[in-house]
Ligand binder design. Structure first.
Ligand SMILES: [Fe+2]
Ligand SMILES: [Fe+2]
Length: 184
């Protein structure tokens, strides 16, 4: 499948707003890949498919977790977390993506993890800073991403975790592991 096939395929699975977000992530990920020496085509594919499961049925996603050997820790969590790992499963089984790095970039974009690859970081960051995002502090994150990928990753994860703490939301263990890994 090529870029336009992927785009057409994701477009029908999400509302217009999410599709526009997807295009924003794609363009941001390609430019980060260019800047930091990652494969642009991989960044493009991972970005286009990263939210493929965002609007999948939550019960179906739990079923995938249970029956397809996904991380059992996911079972207590909602679609905000589940759509990453389940999206990677869809990318692999419906779109025949075999590149493990692309699959991991999709898989861990909702949580992060310890030991992320460059491509995984690019997708995680691009998802947060793409041009349609407008939360307080995003401009600062964009500036850091323009200068230093590692620092941008640290800032984005810190921002996510801080937000979860401030709004009294639980933090998935892999996100804590991601934070600990980055600051160590
Ligand atoms: Fe997502
Ligand atoms: Fe996203």
């Amino acid at each position: 499948m090529e870029r336009d096939d992927y785009l057409a395929n994701v477009k029908i699975r999400m509302p217009e707003k999410r599709y526009i977000h997807t295009i924003g992530v794609m363009e941001t990920a390609i430019s980060l890949a260019k800047k930091y020496g990652e494969d642009e085509k991989s960044a493009e594919t991972a970005a286009i498919l990263h939210d493929i499961a965002k609007y999948a049925d939550e019960n179906w996603m739990r079923e995938v977790v249970q029956t397809k050997g996904l991380d059992p820790r996911l079972l207590g969590w909602g679609s905000e977390i589940l759509h990453g790992p389940v999206g990677a499963w869809i990318a692999q089984h419906e779109f025949n993506i075999t590149n493990e790095d692309i699959l991991n970039a999709i898989r861990f974009h909702t949580t992060g993890r310890a030991g992320m690859s460059k491509l995984e970081k690019i997708i995680y960051i691009a998802d947060m800073i793409e041009p349609n995002r407008n939360f307080p502090g995003v401009e600062n994150l964009r500036q850091i991403a323009n200068e230093n990928l590692e620092l941008a990753m640290e800032s984005c994860v810190s921002h996510s975790i801080t937000f979860l703490v401030q709004t009294k939301q639980p933090i998935f263990p892999a996100s804590v592991e991601c934070f600990n890994d980055i600051i160590s």
